[in-house]
Design a protein around this ligand. Structure first.
Ligand code: UDP
Ligand code: MG
Length: 317
């Protein structure tokens, strides 16, 4: 590593979403601290408890007692990984931010490599689990999802959904994730013009607890790849999609009906013609598509305001 790559962040924030991971936390904390102190990083650690029902919170409170750089944000119930990350993004103070999973599948040893890449001038460095230790039924849909997302978005990453990432502060303060959108963070960041790259990271088998995403991931992966197509293009502006097809449908319907009206004025019978039904149908379908676009826009507008809220938080230490 050259001088530039070794440059230390002023403050490094580590954000870890936690949903029932009590057995992993001790080892995770110890390993992270070992890497951070060895590299002389000034750090803060934000554990976001996403409604765990096991002893995760007590474990984190133990860390807080001995280490004032550790913080806990605790949700009242399970709001999902994206909401947990967003809470961390909102509250962290570091100039470089690392997110990693709590299940020990990510290797803290990689943290300096992420920071070196950021120091090269990138705004977001995404992990790539090249040798992935997950079951096939998870890897396959994931491959499909990644290929579709990369193709649709033009962001050439191999592993969008990797929880291990590093960001410059500006990135986390300017994006907003909710629902399943943690998978699209690099896309959202790319849209805002941030520079993005990836590094290969070691990936471990899950030692304790179980994955929070079960077999439904298979189905989700499939649906995701379909919705990605739509979302990436239109998720901020559904009207562009529905409005366009609504207008086309209405226009064809109106042309057909004008044609039939002219015939009617010329004395032809039009009541029995299938074309009449088609014309009327196209107009009605057009109006419906148009209305769907309007409703879509309303939903986008209000969901931006309501999906993540400070009210999810029970306590911040
Ligand atoms: N997680 C979370 N809320 C959820 C699901 C998961 O905070 O609703 C956390 C979980 O505790 C872990 C990370 O997100 O730290 C990744 O979850 P998991 O390991 O289950 O995902 P996988 O590795 O199977 O993709
Ligand atoms: Mg995992």
């Amino acid at each position: 590593m050259n001088e530039k790559e070794r440059e230390l962040p002023e403050l490094l924030s580590i954000i870890i979403p936690v949903y029932n991971e009590e057995d992993s936390l001790d080892k995770l904390y110890e390993e992270i601290i070992r890497v951070l102190t060895r590299n002389n990083y000034k750090y803060e650690m934000w554990f976001v408890n996403d409604g765990s029902s096991d002893g995760s919170v007590d474990k984190i409170k133990e860390f807080i007692e001995k280490d004032s750089s550790v913080h806990l944000i605790s949700f009242r119930r399970n709001f999902g990984k994206a909401a947990a990350l967003q809470a961390g993004f909102t509250h962290c103070n570091g100039d470089i931010v690392i997110t990693m999973d709590a299940d020990l599948q990510d290797e803290p040893e990689e943290i300096p490599n992420f920071i070196a890449k950021i120091n090269e001038g990138y705004d977001l460095v995404s992990g790539w689990k090249y040798n992935r230790h997950d079951p096939l039924e998870k890897r396959l849909p994931s491959k499909l999802f990644n290929a579709t997302t990369a193709h649709m978005s033009g962001v050439k990453l191999h592993d969008f959904n990797c929880g291990f990432k590093a960001y410059r502060k500006e990135v986390v303060k300017s994006i907003c994730v909710y629902g399943e959108f943690h998978r699209y963070i690099p896309v959202l960041a790319a849209r805002k013009g941030f520079r993005i790259t990836e590094i290969v990271v070691k990936h471990n088998k899950r030692e304790f607890g179980k994955s929070k995403y079960g077999f439904e991931r298979y189905l989700r992966g499939f649906f995701d790849s379909i919705t990605t197509t739509f979302l990436l293009k239109y998720y901020e502006k559904p009207m562009y999609f529905f409005g366009k097809w609504g207008l086309i449908s209405m226009l064809i319907g109106v042309i057909i009906c004008i044609y039939l009206t002219v015939l009617w004025f010329m004395g032809h019978l039009i009541g029995q013609r299938p074309l009449l039904i088609l014309g009327v149908l196209l107009i009605i379908a057009g109006i419906q598509l148009f209305s769907t676009g309007m409703i879509g826009n309303l939903i986008v507008d209000s969901s931006y305001k309501s999906h993540y809220s400070e009210e999810h938080i029970k306590e911040i230490i």
